[in-house]
Every structure is written in structure tokens, then in C-alpha cells.
Design a protein around this ligand. Structure first.
Ligand code: GLV
Ligand code: MN
Ligand code: MN
Length: 422
């Protein structure tokens, strides 16, 4: 890398990275699979946190935990000041893989170990963070910890959030011992770079090793509760029904049709449907379902939300049911720092990896950090585009490529080579 003053020949140790990924994946391991279940703030999450914090301390990092349970480990630089930060999350969905989030955190530790083993002291501090409840699967919204870190939600409000199992964020944080005292909002880094698996099919299909992620699509999550008249399944004529189950499944069909009609990149998912009392011979009294809509274009996403709302009102009225909607998460599309995206692209090329620019379909902590500092992401391929599934897989060679790009990008950013988005 001509014109740079950091050691461009430095590379990570892929075996160490794979070993840490394997050790963390043993916590909450899903029998018979490579995947794991560590929903945010559960006992499994606590055990995963304890392991990563031990690794951070073993590497000599200064470890700070804030009030929402975000953990930041910092390696001092030659000068004080905001660090070059990387990171991600170690919570998973209930049927998660071993790479989603974990890769960004453990590759960060690998960067630190590589730098210290080489006897290097970067100009700026280097930090590795893992943010609480990125998945939002237990406690919506997703990216909760990083949202609070950047001041997008107050701590008090976040601590009161109730989960799908009735647990409360603040109580669970105390219970697992991760209600820390580091100040919030957190220190804005000099720059933030997140390595993550793509979780989609784009890189694999194109035969490309590295994604230089330039944006994240907008996310809209809502929970819809439908109430009707519970009654006997055998005796109630079809003309007399007020069936929340019918309304919920009609909404699910509509979400599918809406996404297809709006076309790529609009996506729509109904991930949860809960019927009560959930019995074969009882017309449900209520149905609760979630809708996840995403698009890179916020105007189209707003249009999708409006069309869904109109449909929900109409179908409920026709069936004689009542509906209530509640927003679980709503984040606009985010554009990353052009100069850091350039740096990722250039670095991947210089390391001999094929690279392409791309948006992210998934939500990431990086989209929150982008509110307070120049930010970008590095993607590695996902086999068969599979994620949020225990079968999630990225080859060791691709993991190594991603971690090497992360290392070199962080060193460049920490070595007073100025970047500018002007
Ligand atoms: C977070 O993983 C998301 O749902 O995109
Ligand atoms: Mn993730
Ligand atoms: Mn995820």
C-alpha cells in the first residue's frame, strides 16, 4: 500500500480466529448443528459475554461496560483520543449460526492480538465492542445497545423494554451482571468498521470474496394484534365468524404480495404468528403477528407501510375484528462514509481479493455508529445465502480474507492517514 506508514504485510492468524469462533459457539450450541441460541440477556448470552470479556482482559484491553450492557475493550495507542473501533454483537436469534455478529467481534480480538504480537503501537487506540441485543429477537428494537450507545434512545426508556417472554431489559441486565456504569451516550469513535457475514446470496453468486458495504436498507417492524370472537369451530357458521386467525393469515398473504408487487429490493416477512387459545377446535380469540418490511428507498418503504395499514384496516372491518398496531423498530436507510468504503475496497484489492460494493440487507450496529462517526462495513460470503439458521457457513479462507481486510483498514485509520468525506 504505497504511501502508507503501517505494516501492510501484517496478517491475522486464521486458526486462532476459527478456534475462538468454535469456543464461543459451544455456548448455547444447538444439538446436532453448528449453530447456537444465545438470545439477548439470557444465561447463554451471559456465558458468551463472560468468555469474550475474559479474552479481552487476557489481551490486556481496558474493558468498560455501560448501562445497557455494551462492552468495549480498548488497546491504548501512542496518542490519546477517540479509538478506531470495530465490533458487532454476540447475541443470536434462537436458531442462529456461529458467524452472525460473532465474526465481527472475534475478528476484532484477532486484530488486537496480531497487532500486539507484532509489537506495534498504533497512533490511535484500537477498540473492539460488542453491543447488546443487536438481534432484537427477544427485546425489540434490533440494534438496541448501539442505538443507546449513540444517544438514539435514552437509557431509561431502553431499560423498560419488555421482551417476547415478558422479561424486562433492565432486570435482565442486573440479573446477568452486565448493568455497567460507563457513560452513555458512549464516546464517539474516530471511525467504526464492522466485519460481518453477508447473510445473503450476492457475493457467493458473483464469486466475490469481499463486499465493501456502502449502505444499509431501511427497516420497519410492527406488531399487529387482532381480536375477534372466540367460538366453537364446529357449530359457528362461516357467515357468523369474527376470526382473528383468518385476518392474521390474510395479512401474511398480503405482505408477500405487496413485496412482490413493489419488486426488488422490497422484502416483507411475517416471522411470528401467535393465536390464542391456539386449539384445533376453537376459533381464536386473538392473533398477534409481526411484520418486517425493508427497502433501500425510504419513500417506497413508507408507501409499503401505508398500503399495509390500509389493508389491515379493511380486512379487520370486513371480518368484524378489532386491530391494534405497535411499531417495534423503524430505521431509515443509512449511507456509509464514502472514504471508508473506498478504503475497504482499495484494501481488499491490494490484498489480492475480489471485491464489490453493495448495500446490506440486514440491520447492523454499524448503521447506528454511522450517526456519530465515519463508518463502513466489510462483508464475507455466506454459503447458499443462509443466515439466522444454524446451517450458516462461511469458509475459513473467506473468514481470513475478511479479518485481514479489517486489520489493514483499522491500521490505516489508526495511523493518522487522514480520510475525508468532503
Ligand atoms: C438483524 O439481524 C436483522 O434483523 O437484520
Ligand atoms: Mn448480525
Ligand atoms: Mn442477525
Amino acid at each position: 500500500m504505497a504511501g502508507t506508514s503501517h505494516p501492510t504485510e501484517l496478517r491475522v492468524d486464521p486458526d486462532r480466529l476459527t478456534a475462538r469462533l468454535g469456543a464461543l459457539a459451544e455456548i448455547g450450541a444447538i444439538d446436532g448443528t453448528e449453530g447456537c441460541a444465545r438470545l439477548a440477556l439470557t444465561d447463554e448470552d451471559k456465558a458468551g459475554r463472560d468468555l469474550v470479556v475474559t479474552w479481552m482482559r487476557d489481551l490486556g484491553l481496558d474493558v468498560r461496560i455501560d448501562g445497557i450492557g455494551n462492552v468495549v475493550g480498548t488497546l491504548a495507542g501512542a496518542t490519546d483520543g477517540p479509538p478506531v473501533m470495530c465490533g458487532s454483537h454476540i447475541d443470536t436469534v434462537r436458531t442462529g449460526g456461529r458467524y452472525d455478529g460473532n465474526l465481527g467481534v472475534l475478528a476484532g480480538l484477532e486484530v488486537i492480538e496480531t497487532v500486539t504480537a507484532a509489537g506495534l503501537v498504533p497512533d490511535r487506540p484500537l477498540a473492539v465492542a460488542f453491543f447488546t441485543d443487536e438481534e432484537g429477537a427477544r427485546f425489540p428494537p434490533d440494534m438496541l445497545g448501539s442505538l443507546v450507545y449513540v444517544g438514539g434512545m435514552g437509557l431509561e426508556e431502553a431499560l423498560e423494554i419488555e421482551g417476547i417472554d415478558g422479561a424486562v431489559v433492565g432486570e435482565e441486565l442486573v440479573r446477568i451482571g452486565y448493568a455497567g456504569s460507563a457513560p452513555l451516550p458512549g464516546l464517539a469513535p474516530h471511525a467504526y468498521v464492522e466485519l460481518h457475514i453477508e447473510q445473503g446470496p450476492v457475493l457467493e453468486r458473483a464469486g466475490i470474496t469481499i463486499g465493501a458495504v456502502d449502505s444499509v436498507q431501511g427497516i420497519s417492524w410492527q406488531e399487529i394484534t387482532v381480536t375477534g370472537q372466540s367460538n366453537h369451530a364446529g357449530t359457528t357458521p362461516m357467515s357468523m365468524r369474527q376470526d382473528p386467525g383468518f385476518v392474521a393469515t390474510s395479512i401474511a398473504n398480503f405482505v408477500r404480495e405487496l413485496a412482490l408487487e413493489l419488486g426488488h429490493p422490497q422484502v416483507g416477512t411475517v416471522g411470528r404468528i401467535e393465536l390464542r387459545p391456539d386449539l384445533v377446535n376453537v376459533i381464536p380469540a386473538s392473533a398477534t403477528l409481526t411484520v418486517d418490511l425493508r427497502n433501500t428507498d425510504d419513500a417506497i418503504l413508507c408507501d409499503a407501510e401505508q398500503r399495509l395499514a390500509d389493508f389491515v384496516t379493511a380486512i379487520a372491518e370486513t371480518e368484524g375484528c378489532k386491530v391494534q398496531s405497535r411499531t417495534l423498530a423503524r430505521f431509515e436507510p443509512v449511507i456509509f462514509s464514502p472514504s471508508i468504503v473506498d478504503l475497504v475496497e482499495r484494501t481488499a484489492g491490494l490484498l489480492g481479493h475480489s471485491v464489490q460494493r453493495m448495500p446490506s440487507g440486514a440491520g447492523h450496529d454499524a448503521q447506528m455508529l454511522a450517526r456519530v462517526c465515519p463508518t463502513a462495513m466489510i462483508f464475507t460470503p455466506s454459503r447458499d445465502g443462509l443466515s439466522h439458521n444454524p446451517g450458516e457457513y462461511t469458509s475459513p479462507a473467506d473468514l481470513q480474507a475478511g479479518a485481514d481486510v479489517l486489520l489493514q483498514v483499522m491500521l490505516a485509520l489508526a495511523t493518522d492517514e487522514e480520510f475525508s468525506d468532503d
